[in-house]
Design a protein. Structure first.
Lengths: 412, 412
């Protein structure tokens, strides 16, 4: 793999020696002090960079730009997900091209398995005895699944009110689950304290630079699949901000090492009721302090229902560096996008996973995305995570007698 | 692709010209008259057969042994799923090797997407205006998803009592769903009549030879991943019988074209309360008539809860030809297998998907599978299809106050 040059603080820019700090810049603290893994990009640009041409249908093919080697990876496949072209929908929308990056096809059903794969490999490299995170959603089930495959203990902190089905899945994977009698923020803080006390390796978004290193590989795969011709726009939903930051970073790195000529404008799509990162980006553009980033957290899309985004600074900086931005869409648009994706592409996404299609319609309507543009939507989570979430307004089919005439009548 | 030599009746052996009959042998009728696609195997064995070495991480790489070419395929990826080695569990069980073929990683969450991919491509090649099937489970959601991606209308027949969540997913994909006021058998018969009347292409298991052509590619992938050294045993769960028949056929074809030296003994795993195919196989071994195959249908594993298996004759013939057989396991063993797979491998399967692990323990205990054997388990469906189904007996985690001492106490 590519041994990192250092871990750079996204807030103050100070660079620490690799692996000297697992998590945060001690001067800047949480969110502002998130660390970014930096490689020797000019050396790659001079000497060339190559990925294996055969086999390795996983994110480990991008070994030169990963901080950990595949020898530390668990067998579960992460990355290597398909990119689908949607020429008919592209034509209807007046686009020059439209693709879906289907990251629902991951072992635990979401793109979080990318960040988890690299994080768990790093934990093994560092000899950490256990893994942990605070989350009620996709990151938790992802970590629990990969920890099981690694044979490493896993500790998950969820607020007491977490849905019992999601808790059950964590228990099935054998994770030790702490249902915390308090808010999600209290669970998050408790997880931090426990990781410090017991030496557990923390996968929580915004806490661990390894997460973004995995997330960025989704951009690598899209660019490679398109023959290193990057699209004009890339859209992805945003909760804590680590996924959109990773995708923007991935495209940025490819340009720095000379594999691509440009980067797409990366747009983060939030829910109108949970848009703290979009608001932080608006402050950045007005020249106001980005942090603290806090807001309400009300949306049907539970995976991006985040009031206190833990990677907000990194997300707005990375997105701004691509010339992109943020948009927010309503729950009705998100539900419509779930149904449109399922009906038009055969891809059944959870509400947050379908949100980029709603964001695309919004950005087209306001003229931010021009006619003829080439657009990639990152679909981040499976509809099987929440089968009812995106189905509001659909009618239950009628009951008919077991008779062919009844079929004819129903068909009209 | 490899143009088939003919479609051969599994009952009477008569061979029809390719595509002359879509479905059944007219003399033998349902189940007994299922048609099997036959290729010119000796020609492949003489001339050699090659699959592309790069790209095509889908079942379409096996083009020479498929009846339809990729030019008719829809974009959704089918096949190309991972094979995971489990050396620790192999050692514990005294096996020479143990692998999981993780077919949960399909667009609609089950191995049914293999049969559907080939069936939908065939429908496009034949110019059929619409697709249909009777099912309440994985085959229905698979067909609805692929039909959506094809932009082709899809008609699904389910009994009135089908779970509303599964019906909702079908509706999300835009399928026309008929909830039939009757049993599953009545829905099945009505679907047949409607397909005949309206010219819809029928994907129902046991009705269409294309389904098995897709299913067999799971065996191709396993053999190729193992360097064309086939395992000693291959285990897969059995409902209607089309999946196990496809896997046995796939291994058999590889030997006939000269890519492998032998075939694994393929074992079908049924639930004790729904074991009509296993009973049919027992009759075959006693020299009694195999059909009709009927029995009770009671098990927690809804995807193999089949009382009247529609591809029973093909299944027992194909399995017998590999020197394999059938076993049946109890619901308690199936639930234990779901939990063991999740905890040991990080693979979350639905109950039917985990049943092969329960079958493995049974076959080891009775000595059918000897120590040192190399075994592959086919994991056919995602646990997200039925998250609660495999979790019986697991304890709900305790609630703790947001306090580090409480974590320490809980850890003991």
């Amino acid at each position: 793999m590519g041994e990192p040059l250092g871990f750079r603080c996204v807030g103050c820019g100070r660079t620490y020696r690799p692996w000297g700090h697992d998590y945060l810049c001690p001067d800047c603290g949480p969110v502002a002090g998130a660390l970014d893994v930096v490689y020797d990009y000019p050396a790659f640009a001079r000497g060339g960079i190559e990925f294996p041409r055969v086999g390795k249908s996983s994110l480990w093919r991008y070994d030169p730009l990963l901080p950990v080697g595949e020898e530390f990876a668990v067998p579960l496949r992460s990355g290597g997900t398909p990119l689908y072209a949607l020429p008919h929908l592209a034509q209807e929308l007046g686009l020059g091209g439209l693709w879906l990056k289907d990251d629902t096809l991951h072992p635990t059903g979401s793109c979080k398995d990318r960040g988890t794969a690299v994080t768990v490999a790093a934990a093994r490299r560092l000899g950490r005895p256990a893994l942990a995170c605070a989350s009620t959603g996709n990151a938790a089930s992802s970590l629990a699944g990969f920890a099981a495959a690694a044979g490493v203990p896993c500790y998950i902190f969820v607020p007491k009110g977490a849905p019992s089905a999601k808790v059950a899945q964590l228990v099935a994977y054998g994770a030790t689950v702490f249902r915390v009698d308090g808010t999600y923020d209290e669970a998050y803080t408790l997880a931090l304290a426990a990781c410090e006390k017991f030496g557990w390796y923390n996968r929580s978004d915004g806490q661990n630079p390894m997460v973004v290193e995995g997330n960025k590989t989704a951009a690598f795969e899209v660019a490679e699949e398109l023959g290193w011709e990057v699209p004009d726009f890339a859209l992805v939903s945003v909760g804590d901000g680590s996924v959109v930051a990773g995708i923007a970073k991935g495209f940025r790195e490819l340009r720095m090492v000379g594999l691509t000529d440009g980067v797409p404008a990366v747009y983060g799509v939030q829910a109108e009721g949970a848009a703290a990162v979009a608001e932080a980006h608006a402050r950045l553009r007005r020249g106001e302090p980005v942090l603290p980033a806090r807001g309400e957290a009300r949306t049907i899309a539970d995976s991006i229902r985040v009031g206190e985004p833990r990677d907000a600074l990194r997300a707005v900086r990375e997105v701004a560096a691509t010339g992109g931005g943020f948009t927010a869409v309503g729950d009705r648009e998100i539900v419509g996008a779930v149904q449109e994706l399922a009906r038009r592409a055969g891809v059944f996404a959870e509400p947050s996973g379908a949100a980029p299609l709603a964001g695309l319609r919004r950005l087209l309507a306001e003229g931010t995305i021009p006619r003829g543009a080439r657009v990639v939507l990152f679909i981040t989570g499976s509809g099987l995570k929440d089968p009812q979430g995106g189905l509001a307004g659909l009618q239950e089919p009628p009951v008919i007698p077991p008779d062919l005439r009844a079929v004819e009548e129903a068909l009209g």
